[in-house]
Each structure stands twice: as C-alpha cells, then as structure tokens.
Design a protein around this ligand. Sequence first.
Ligand code: ADP
Ligand code: MG
Length: 480
Amino acid sequence: MSWETVIGLEVHVQLATRTKIFSGASTAFGAEPNSQACLIDMAMPGTLPVVNHEAIRNAVRFGLAIGAKINQRSVFERKNYFYPDLPKGYQTTQLEAPIVGAGEVEIRLEDGSTRTVRIHHAHLEEDAGKSLHEDFHGMTGIDLNRAGTPLIEIVTEPDMRTAEEAVAFARKLHALVTSIGICDGDMSQGSMRFDVNVSVRKSGDPLGTRTETKNLNSFRFMEKAIALEIRRQIDLLEDGGTVQQETRLYNGDSNTARAMRTKEDANDYRYFPCPDLLPVEITEDDIEALRASLPELPDARRDRFTRDFGLPDYDAEIISASRDMSDYFEQAAEHAGDAKLAANWMLGEMSARLNAEEIGIGKSPVSAAHLGQLIQRIKDGTISSKIAKQVFDACWQGNGSPDEIIEREGLKQVSDTGELEKIVDGIIADNAEQVAAFKAADEKKQKKMFGFFVGQAMKATQGKANPQQINQLLQKKLQD
Ligand code: ADP
Ligand code: MG
C-alpha cells in the first residue's frame, strides 16, 4: 500500500497597522535597530499595554472573508517562555478564546479541481523581536523594532494531502489578506510566514506523528521543504524507524533541514489570561459594519472576470490573486475595449518586465490607460503587434504615451496598398533567383520559402508593413 501525506499549516500574518498591537510605536520596516521600540515594547516595569483597535478590526475582517465564526468575546493570554528577543518573558497571544473561530478556504488546483481547507481558528498575537548574529562577534544583538508587531496566526485542520495543495492554500491566503488590505503580503520582509506540519501514513490508518518545519517565507521553499520532509519520513518508516514529533528548520540555500527542538506541550508554557488586558468585546453592529466594508474577494472577482470579461480560467485565477493586478486589469480592459488582449499583455510583456525589475504592478511605469491605448492601436491597425512591443518598451522607459511615441518615432504601420505593392515588386525584382526557386518548388517547400519574402518586406519597412496585406500581395505576385 502506498503512503499518504497529511499537511496542516500555521500561518503568521503581519497586520498592516501603522502602530503596534499594544503600543504606539511605529511598525514600519527597515528602521535603525531599536529606534521603533517604546517602553512597552521593551517591557519596562510599570508600563501597561493598550490594545490597538485597528488590529482587532483587521482580524475580524479576515474572519469574515473566510466565512468564519467571529467570537464576540476573545481573551489575551500570556504564553510564558524565555527568549533573548522576548524581554517580557512571555508572548501576549490568545489560546482558549481566539477572536476568529472555525471557517473554510476553497483552493483550486492546477487541473481545475477544488478542495476545501478547514480553518481551525485564527488568533491575535504580538511578534517577538529579532536576534542579530551578523556583525557581532561572540555576542548577539537584539533589535526590538519588530517586538509587538500585530499578527494573526491562522491554524488549519490537517486537510491538505500534497505539497501542491499546501502551496495553493498559501497562495489563496496571500490573495485574501492582501485583497482585504490587512497585510502588505511582502514575504521577503516576513509579512507572511508559514509553519508546515507534515506526517505520512498508509491510507486508512490513523494520523501519523508529525513534524513542524518553521518560518518558511516563500512558496517555492514551502514546496521544497514539504517534499524533503515527506521523503525523509517515508525513508525513516520504511527502514523500520519512527518519526519524532519535533520542530525543524529548513535551509533554502542547501535544500536541507535539521531538527531544532522536540515539541513542547501547551502546558509547558503556563498560559494564563493576561491581567493587564480586558477581554476584547465586539458587538454585532461592529461586525456588520466590517462585513459591509469588505471589498470584492478574489474568488468572486475571478468568477466575474470569467463571466463578464470572458477571460479563460487560468488568466482570471492569476489576475484575481492580486488586488492591484485586478484593479489594473479592469482599467486596462476598459481603455483597450478588449479584455482578453489586456490580460495577454499583462500576463506576458508586463509580467516579464515587472518580474525582471522586482516591482509590483502598482509601480508599473506603463499605466493602465497607456496599455489600453497601445492595444487600441493594434486593434485599429495603426501598428503591428511586433511594433507594439517596441512602443511598450518606449512607454516603459517613460518616453510618453503610445500615441506620442508612435507619432514621434514614425511607427505607423504601412497599410497603403499602393505603397506596399511597390515594396513587394521591388523585392521580387531584387531576388530573381529566390523567385525562380520558389516557382519551381512543390507546395510544401513553397510554404517554407514564403517566410523569406515576408522577412524581406518587413526589413524594407522596418517592421511596419501590415503583415496581412504583405501576405496577400506576396501570394498574388509570386503565383503570377
Ligand atoms: P498542537 O496543539 O500541538 O499545537 P494542533 O492539533 O493544534 O497541535 O495542530 C497544530 C497544526 O498541526 C495544525 O495546523 C494541524 O492541522 C496540524 N496537524 C495536527 N496533526 C497533524 C498530523 N498528524 N499531520 C499533519 N499535520 C497535523
Ligand atoms: Mg494547537
């Protein structure tokens, strides 16, 4: 019998609030160490936490976006442990009464099939600081800028069965939290971190012992770390060994992982309700107001893109996964008067450029209005698709609107039949040998040779000849 994999995820999502969850210090990334840690974040005696309402609203928004039960009363607890970057000696988190109860997220796999991943709950908590090892010799530096950054931790049921499903879930979560605006989604800065719990079993058996690989911050590493861990567990079990429940660390550079510590039980942490914070109470009205403030969610947008814009599933799935892409697409499609072409350009030329420069579409130098205009000029025959790439480039460089560029650089397609006929006649006269060979060849060979003449015509017009007309003219003249 073959092995079945079981995966459950715990995901830390950094909430995009301006200030921390229990203090007024800024959450902005990249500041000088400890310049954004106030007395509360540094755990000075006598300070008291004040809860950030925006963090609470963000957690509720997430719950509503996944159709989860919102707990109108939730409680902050202290999770006690020692760590150099945790000066309080405990993390303020939620355990018994988390703010978001059970919900569901639907994922779609490459083959178009769907799965439902159940969410066990999501709770609010604070992030710890950071230990810095570089630049210090025989010492560790402590940076408390991140201490107190608001997080939600989302815990799934063990519902995923393959690495592909886990990654599809992670991507869907990313799409959700960024589209409702509660997280900036910047994984390279740690805004979303995934802990993957993996076990294997023979199908039909009870769940096997799991390991937890912590803090994966890219979809690619997640996929690789899962594949590695599945292999390790199966090899171990097939050799007659047993899997230890433990926490593991994955190294993306070497694609290896190592055991970090054996798993603690919850009671090792001596959780208890934080006496400094009142329970969080949320009214029906608060919840309804937040529900009303939610934007259209990625799945609804995807369905609308296929239904109203006629986009293929694949295009709609990719575009709807990002709110910026979706907004851009809707504008570009309107300006272009052609949704499919707008999507093609976005997923082709545009994405290649954005990836190369590592920027999001929100920073694209080619605006949606300009892309729309460019597509219009292809559709109305002003420029060929080939020249359009050149215009796109120039527009990306900031050389003006497509219309300005076409005008200034004289890129209008030559569609004047008289002019094109002259060019074709010239090519036929200049290439008597090839014309003779063409006429003597059979149909199959002719097909191959035809491209030569088209190429010459394009060369003569610097790519500006209308390709359909050139084809027609050449067909006619070469048969004469
Ligand atoms: P704990 O109470 O030890 O934190 P939980 O039951 O809360 O454990 O599960 C933590 C995470 O591990 C959840 O995401 C859950 O889906 C996942 N998980 C639990 N058991 C397994 C298992 N046997 N295999 C894979 N994942 C599991
Ligand atoms: Mg648990």
